[in-house]
Design a protein around this ligand. Structure first.
Ligand code: ZN
Length: 516
């Protein structure tokens, strides 16, 4: 148990278990790790393990803290965090790499960072203060590009292994021309129209091995908005299908407000946010090579490249028991749940699902998860009404299943998702740490395209509208039995791209309903 907990604190990979296949984990919404983590204090999203990387944040922008989550996901568990107000030249001397979140700097802070880089430091600035332009080798054009695309130069070391197609970013980029820097990625006005402005740059400074890099947009904002959708559409009914769902945050063609989809479905095959995070990780590693190699954890246990998370909703159909027994029969003889070798799954059940406390408890003890399928009656909710649904239904669940621990994961019935984040906040209030409500649907929009609605295959923590962490992981449901997706085409395609040259690694969550 301790081993799993440790993985959990390092990165999310923890949720996953091994079935012993070559490169794919066939798993469940992971019981051992989650139950362990629920039993002890959850690690803070702002925890800093310490090491040669310094993340400089600012209290004026909570998104600045999200770089810590990106580093954890990328396995770069060797960082400290400091607010800019506490950063001094003496402090900087202790670090090899600085990630400077988007912020306004004083002239003295510009000088301090410039001197540190000139003396050998490796600075990566996110949508940098214009006062850093000279240091970064850039000339400001006083223009911007919002919610465009970028193309990574895969011939340069930091771009090695990154997708060689244009991908979307969701923020405002400042448009610069090169003035001493090298371009590592180019801004595109749309999927095919290149600009003359860089998206990511690198420059050597001084004679001590110092390097300075810039993302001309705020990677943290872009990652959050890629994963969680268009904040301007929160609470909007867009797809014309009754009930506001997570997919409405991505659906463009609303009849009263036709706009391009938030996710360009021509790019849905690509985990666009993950690729940009990976570019940052590559940049850190390559910039620091002349000082020291940095340790990096792989995404998933045992070097696996993909994980299939088995979940299903049981609307009192009573299919849970037979399916769980099927999973047990499919598991290797003598497999260890503790070592994540067995096929296991999660069932989100209605309160009137025909399963007894003894049965549910036995499955739970065997490594399965039996959780409440919170039901808003397929209606939109307010933060207050959702809290009431959770409180009442959890109370009933505990009365019916007194031997079953409260599940630390959740999917709402009908995928009700009425605003940006109250779903996450109410979940956290009820001990839930992992959410599967982001759901690739409806069928005519999905168009049988295997892919990533949220631009990510990585379970990562979510952010409120202002960027404040909410300590709940988002594991998007990419495969369902009600999205018009063909099988095994869909799962095979996702897994082939994870195991193949594309390297689109991920946790692929399934909703396979439990039908008796
Ligand atoms: Zn349901």
């Amino acid at each position: 148990m301790k081993r799993h907990l440790k993985y959990f604190t390092l990165s999310l990979c923890t949720f996953l278990l091994s079935a012993g296949q070559a490169s794919v984990l066939m798993t469940t919404l992971p019981l051992p790790g989650l139950q362990t983590s629920a039993a002890v204090a959850a690690p803070s999203p702002n925890a800093e393990p310490g090491g040669p990387i310094l993340v400089i944040t600012t209290t004026s922008d909570p998104f600045s803290n999200y770089y810590a989550e990106i580093l954890r996901n990328e396995g770069l568990n060797t960082f400290s965090i400091s607010d800019i107000s506490s950063v001094s030249s003496e402090m900087l001397a202790n670090y090899d790499v600085v990630i400077l979140a988007k912020m306004t700097l004083s002239p003295a802070q510009v000088t301090m960072l410039s001197n540190w880089a000139a003396s050998g430091g490796n600075l990566i600035a996110m949508r940098p203060d214009k006062q850093l332009s000279t240091l970064l080798g850039l000339t400001d054009t006083a223009s911007t590009l919002s919610n465009g695309y970028l193309l990574v130069d895969t011939s340069k070391a930091p771009g090695s292994g990154i997708v060689n197609q244009t991908i979307q970013f969701y923020d405002t980029a400042d448009r610069y021309t090169l003035n001493g820097a090298t371009s590592l990625a180019t801004l595109y006005a749309n999927a095919t129209a290149a600009t003359s402005n860089p998206a990511v740059t690198l420059r050597s400074v001084g004679s001590s091995g110092g390097q300075v890099a810039a993302f001309t947009y705020d990677l943290a904002r872009s990652v959050v908005y890629t994963r969680q959708g268009n904040p301007a559409w929160a609470g909007q009914e867009r797809d014309g299908l009754p009930l506001i769902r997570s997919s409405d945050l991505f659906f463009g063609a609303a009849s009263n407000d036709p706009q391009p989809d938030w996710i360009d479905l021509n790019k849905v095959a690509i985990p666009q946010a993950d690729e940009q995070q990976r570019l940052l990780a590559n940049l850190i590693l390559t910039m620091n090579l002349d000082k020291k190699p940095l340790p990096r954890f792989w995404y998933f246990p045992h070097g696996k490249k993909a994980v299939v998370l088995m979940t299903g909703d049981d609307h009192a159909n009573g299919g849970t028991i037979a399916r769980f027994n099927q999973y047990k029969a499919m598991s290797p003889a003598g497999c260890s749940v503790e070592d994540w070798e067995c096929v296991r799954g999660t069932s989100y059940i209605f309160l009137n699902t025909p399963i007894t406390n003894a049965q549910a408890s036995a499955f739970t003890g065997d490594g399965f998860e039996v959780g409440l399928h919170v039901n808003t009656n397929c209606a939109n909710y307010t933060p207050t009404s959702l809290e009431t649904f959770y409180a009442q239904q959890h109370r009933t669940f505990s009365n019916l299943f007194p031997s079953v621990p409260v599940s630390p994961t959740q999917r709402h019935h009908c995928i009700a998702w009425s605003d940006w984040a109250s779903g996450f906040k109410v979940e956290l209030n009820h001990g839930i740490r992992l959410d599967t409500n982001y759901y690739f649907w409806p069928p005519n929009w999905v168009g049988n395209r295997p892919g990533f609605m949220t631009g990510s295959g990585m379970p990562m923590r979510v952010a409120d509208l202002d960027g404040t962490f909410i300590d709940v992981y988002q594991a998007a449901t990419q495969m369902t039995d009600e999205s018009g997706q063909q099988y095994p085409f869909t799962v095979n395609t996702l897994l082939d791209r994870a195991l193949g040259a594309e390297g689109y690694y991920g946790v692929f969550t399934v909703n396979a309903s439990f039908v008796a």
